[in-house]
Write a protein that binds this ligand. Structure first.
Ligand SMILES: [Mg+2]
Length: 199
């Protein structure tokens, strides 16, 4: 699956029958500039707390995060969420806008029904959407805490489809990540479009 640029996305939408479009946020509408290096320190602290320092050292951060969620589901998930939220809330440095897409959404909010489904935090989404003056562009904005499991779990997409009584054949998911956005769309059985906002 290859990524296409924003102009291709707009042409695709305009030449199709989709009425309802669900957007991913980070790397789709904007690129969030977050200093994730702080996460490294928080993660090391977390590993210390749970006595998993050697696991982190030997298996790397990705396996560590996954293990923490699986093994320490209740307490671990909460701490992991807190860690990611802290990185977003305290080390947000700004953003790069996908100007073409933002303009399209603002100009077409009456022709289409737009939604956001993001794995980012409420703080981040609220701050950025307000700054972009897009508060009235979206019927629903879902952030990480609104769903019990983030994309690629289809729960968020299904929640939008059910609450808005959408037809799946008229609903499109747009995102930059094949393993989360596109996989969630596939599992919810709706069409999707893989975008690279930097092309
Ligand atoms: Mg994204």
């Amino acid at each position: 699956m290859f990524k296409r640029d924003t102009q291709e996305l707009i042409e695709f939408i305009e030449s199709s029958e989709y009425t309802d479009i669900i957007f991913d946020f980070d790397e789709t509408i904007v690129q969030l500039l977050i200093d994730w290096s702080y996460l490294k320190m928080d993660r090391e602290q977390l590993a210390k707390t749970y006595k998993q320092e050697s696991y982190l050292k030997e298996n790397g951060w990705y396996a560590f995060d996954k293990m923490m969620v699986e093994k320490y589901w209740e307490e671990g998930k909460k701490d992991l969420d807190k860690m990611f939220s802290a990185a977003e809330d305290n080390h947000f440095m700004g953003m790069v806008e996908n100007e073409l897409l933002i303009e399209f959404i603002k100009n077409n909010a009456r022709q289409y029904n737009f939604y956001v489904l993001s794995n980012n935090t409420q703080n981040t989404l609220h701050k950025v959407i307000t700054e972009l003056e897009m508060n009235k562009c979206f019927h629903i904005v879902l952030w990480r805490d609104n769903v019990s499991a983030p994309k690629p779990n289809p729960e968020g997409i299904n929640a939008i489809i059910t609450s808005q009584k959408l037809k799946k054949e008229n609903t499109l998911m747009v995102g930059d990540s094949e393993w989360s956005d596109i996989a969630a769309a596939n599992r919810a059985e709706i069409d999707s479009f893989l975008i690279d906002m930097h092309l």
